[in-house]
Ligand binder design. Structure first.
Ligand code: HEC
Length: 186
């Protein structure tokens, strides 16, 4: 028998023992939910709600913008905090209780509630609570996601990982890399 053949068997079985036959699973890192006390992100949590329920009348299209007399825009930071006819902005940074926008979202009066009943749009209590928290946290409009430099997610070391499943992903990943490196010598 050729020595190369023995080397092949040795390396292959080594790889199998080291766990090469396992599938490498990339852990889920994108999480659109937010814990009750965590920071609320405009781009992830707020923009989709406003875009779906408000931008038709308070967004970029000047043809459908409301109210006619004093159109309100919520899609751009520079307009969202402008003083209105009553001398106050509809969003008071850091104070949901003083923000007309939050009051109208919670209103049950069909003459003032937002979105208006005729739009057939309705926010869930969770979505209203999310907007309230965003205002309380300072109503920060983030830049569009494409201008935000990407952040590298932290990779837990196998010693530090508390979750045994995470540890396994990384250990298995390392084993797979070694096998790929070994197979290059064949
Ligand atoms: C179908 C159109 C329409 C939609 C959709 C809509 N609005 Fe309005 N909005 C109006 C109109 C019309 C007024 C003026 C009402 C009035 O004067 O009584 C208004 C007024 C407001 C005001 C008060 C402005 C001021 O200075 O008095 C706020 C705040 C507001 N809307 C927020 C929202 C939010 C937040 C949403 C989405 C959750 C929304 N609106 C969805 C039509 C709309």
């Amino acid at each position: 028998m050729k020595p190369l053949f023995y080397r092949l068997i040795l390396i292959t079985s080594g790889c199998v023992l080291a766990g090469c036959n396992r599938t490498f699973v990339v852990p889920e890192t994108v999480d659109s939910s937010v814990s009750a006390s965590g920071p609320v992100s405009f781009n992830t949590h707020i923009q989709p709600i406003l875009s779906e329920n408000c931008y038709h009348c308070h967004g970029p299209d000047s043809g459908t913008r409301e109210p006619e007399k004093e159109p309100l825009r919520l899609d751009r930071e520079k307009y969202a905090f402008e003083n209105r006819a009553d001398g106050k902005p509809v969003i008071v940074k850091g104070d949901a209780g003083a923000s007309l926008l939050v009051r109208l979202l919670k209103s049950k009066d069909p003459d003032e509630m937002m979105p208006p009943p005729k739009s057939h749009k309705e926010l869930t209590p969770d979505q209203i609570a999310m907007i309230e928290r965003w205002v309380d946290q300072g109503a920060i409009y983030e830049e569009h996601w494409s201008f935000i430099p990407p952040k590298r997610p932290e990779i837990p070391s196998s010693e530090a990982a508390i979750n045994p499943v995470d540890t396994e992903h990384h250990v298995t990943g390392t084993a797979n890399m070694r096998c790929v490196q070994l197979s290059r010598f064949l």
